[in-house]
Design a protein around this ligand. Sequence first.
Ligand code: MG
Ligand code: MG
Length: 250
Amino acid sequence: MIVLKSSAELEAMHLANRVVHQALAKVREAAGPGVTTAELDQLAEEVIRDAGAVPAFKGYRGFPATLCTSVNDEIVHGIPSSRVRLAEGDLLSVDCGVVLDGFFGDAAVSFGIGDVNGVVERLVDVTRQCLDDAVAQVGPGRRLGDIGAAVQRRAEGSGFGVVREFVGHGIGRELHEEPQVPNYGQPGRGQVMRPGLVLAIEPMITAGSWRVKVDDDGWTARTEDGKLAAHFEFSVAVTPDGHRVLGLEE
Ligand code: MG
Ligand code: MG
């Protein structure tokens, strides 16, 4: 069942996502060579709790941390650890979720650590462009296939792969609501978007094959071929005249 949100509920979701973006900004500021992903996780939890919110991922199906921190060939769901020390040239993807006043916020960013090679730079740029292209498709009367098709066109047109195994999702009083939002598809197909629908749109793009394997920890998803992966995510509301990216300052 798809749950449409009122404008008051969208405002509450904007505030939840604002905390997510504040935490991600602090994490990005602090991330650098020699920093561990556990340190970033602790920092994010402090920002979230100081804002009166609660980390959404911690305890979700047993996930042990506030952030998902995925390094290099890890795509999503990497577990922060004091044993994972970032190094110059790494590609880090950080996913963060919070609950504030009963509503979830969910967003992710990828960036390079220190000086990075051209592949890292290009993969991060293209994945971010995939997100922007996807967001541009969001509006009343548009269809979910328009979103996936836009991501796929940008990624594959740039010679990169689109992960199939994980998809975006509706979001609201639950972290994962209907509908699923694949990063591939055909324009003009799939469900029609209506005002009040909120989608967490999250392209996961690889520098090689889109095939995925999951580590023995049951969480960390990485590329099967060991090539790099990047991930960006925004929670986006369908409004009567288009869309609004929740949590960004206007
Ligand atoms: Mg997320
Ligand atoms: Mg998500």
